[in-house]
Structures are given as C-alpha cells and as structure tokens.
Design a binder for this molecule. Sequence first.
Ligand SMILES: *Cc1c(COP(=O)(O)O)cnc(C)c1O
Length: 383
Amino acid sequence: MKFATKAIHAGQEPDPTTGAIMTPIYQTSTYVQERPGVHKGYEYSRTHNPTRTALEKNLAALENGKHGLCFGSGLAAMDVLLKTFSPGDEIISSNDLYGGSYRIFTKVYQNYGLKFHFVDMEDTSAILPFITAKTKMIWIETPTNPMMNIIDIAAVAAIAKKNNILLGVDNTFASPYLQRPLDLGADVVVHSITKYIAGHSDVIMGAIVLNDDVLQERLSFLQNATGPVPGPQDCFLALRGIKTLHVRMDRHCENAKAVAQFLVAHPAVKKVYFPGLPTHPNHDVAKRQMKSYGGMISFSLKNDELEVAREVLSKVKIFACAESLGGVESLIGHPASMTHASIPKEEREKVGVTDSLIRLSVGIEDVEDLVADLKQAIESVVK
Ligand SMILES: *Cc1c(COP(=O)(O)O)cnc(C)c1O
C-alpha cells in the first residue's frame, strides 16, 4: 500500500461489534475477563487500549516500521527511550535541537549519569571524534529546530552501524509523509504527534516507531511500567488528523515555498533558513532524503535587535504568536524568548539562534493572505 492509503486505513478495521467505520473511543480503564486470565487481549488500559492500538499500528505503517508505541507527549516518548540507557552511557546529539529535548538531556538525564555531546552534524564526519566504547546512541533532528539545518540520515546511519551504535531520529519537523528515517537506516524514530501528525493543535502526544523486536519489548515494558500513555480520546483525534496528513503536508510545503521566496526578496530580511532554497547549504541532501521541504521557515532581519523582532510578532494579524507548530493555522514564534528560552544565550547564539531570529510554521490558509500579513507586519516595524 502507498502512503495516502495507509494514512486512511492502516491499523483500522471496522469495529467488530457494530461495524462502525471509525475506530471507537474505547473510554475504559479495564476489561471484563471471562475467568482470571481469560480475556480478549485487553486487561488494563495503561498496558493496551484498542483506540491506542489502532493508532500505534497506523504510525508503524506510515514510518515503514514494525512496531509503534504512543505516549502522552513527544517528551514522554523521549523519556522512555532514554530510560533504556544506563549511567555511564554516552549519547551524541545534533547541536541544534528542540529546546525541550536539550532540557531533558542536560537537566534530567545528565543527573542520572548519562553523558551528552552536542555536535554540528551538517558535516557528518564531525561525529567521529566523539565516538567511544561508551557511545550508545546518536540522536538527530532533521530539519533542525529552528535553524532548518539538514543532516544526512543515511550517512549518519552508516557511521552508527559501523560502530554498533543506535541511531535515533526526531522526525517531527518532516513527518513520515516527507521523510522516513527507518528506510534510510535509522533504528528508532521519535515523533511529537502534537505537531504535523495530529495537525490541528488540539492534542499533545508522542510516539516511537522501530523495527527491532528486542528494543520494542524493552520500550513496551517501560511504557507499561512507568505509565506515560495517552488517553483514548486523544488517540482518536490523532487518527482523525492522520487521515489528511498527506493533503495537509502538500499544502504546507507549497505555501512555505512561496513565503520563503517572498522573504528572500524582501529588502528588510537578512537571511532565510529554508531547506527548499537552492542556496541552503544542504539543499541537495534535503532533496535526496525528503519528498518536499516542509512548512517551517526561520528568518532574521537586517536590523538585528531583539525588540524589533518582537515587534513584528505583535503586528501580524493572521499568523498567531504562539509556541508549537504543524497545525493547519499559521504560527509565528521568537525562539530566543519562547521555544529556546531554556537554552543559555551563548549556547543559542553558537548555533545561530540570534535575538532577531523569527520562526514561522506556515499553515494551509491562502498563501496570498499569509504573504500580505508578513509584508504589512515587517514594513510597519522596519521603515
Ligand atoms: C514539540 C517537539 C517535541 C516535544 O513534543 P511534545 O509533544 O511537545 O512533548 C520534540 N521534538 C520536536 C522537534 C518538537 O517540535
């Protein structure tokens, strides 16, 4: 089956009791057993819930993976993955990443004895000097947040395989429609379902997809043993969102391309970070590993003052000033004071998150309206 067909059908059989075409919201904590231990495959909803099972199977199918596991948030998914490691283990991570990921690495798991190295992986050979006998995972985000750097997944997978290290990819920005890391040699894919996959800014959820049976068993044990599972109504909303993932993504990509072109041509704009631009340093890698370039854009203004950038955010009328991304509506953010505020200023600036950097999650509205909105906001601030 191809992607759109899987998005709509994978994991979802008509309900066996009524024939309902949509997977019901199994709003139940427990399941009646005929006799102790004799049941229909479900005992308690922390362990399994039919609505969640449908979603987990669907997500596995979309990533061309064998197993899917859902969690109460993207960070809960990362938390469970990190629990598979032991004190002394080392993880090499890309250096430009989601602020919450940086926070869970440095402020939580560092205290439990894991060691993290943050590396600019645009040139993948930069990873090599950090590999030791203790390295257990390489962790990448691509496109990166918020600088839209592109990391060559297949090249990192080759390094990981050769050194017997797990490769984990946060595929949130691309979604499985645009990029499938397992096909490129990654071992584990993590998603914030909250973003493009659910797609309507109405749910917080995360997932892990993988092929390996042994790691799946461990993750599944931890999912049940530590309990960070999503409720069935949220699983239903995610399933509903996924049915239009491919259609939404096509429009996100198309709109983002037009917005990026407008920004590149605007005299007040200093730099535009978007992998779809031929001038992007790793445009060729993006072209090879992604179906299209996504809906996320960052840009900076020639006037590099914090207050000027913040003023643009207060002048937009259609773009909403908010954290998060990947919903049908357009959002605008200021990483230095919002999503990346938890990263110290000097660390931020090392990776390019300057005070004037503005990040856009381009939605699926009419693109003429989006461009006009940005134009009036920028021009009302930068005279
Ligand atoms: C939002 C996000 C996360 C965390 O997901 P939550 O669902 O908010 O916990 C992780 N990685 C990336 C790239 C994200 O954008």
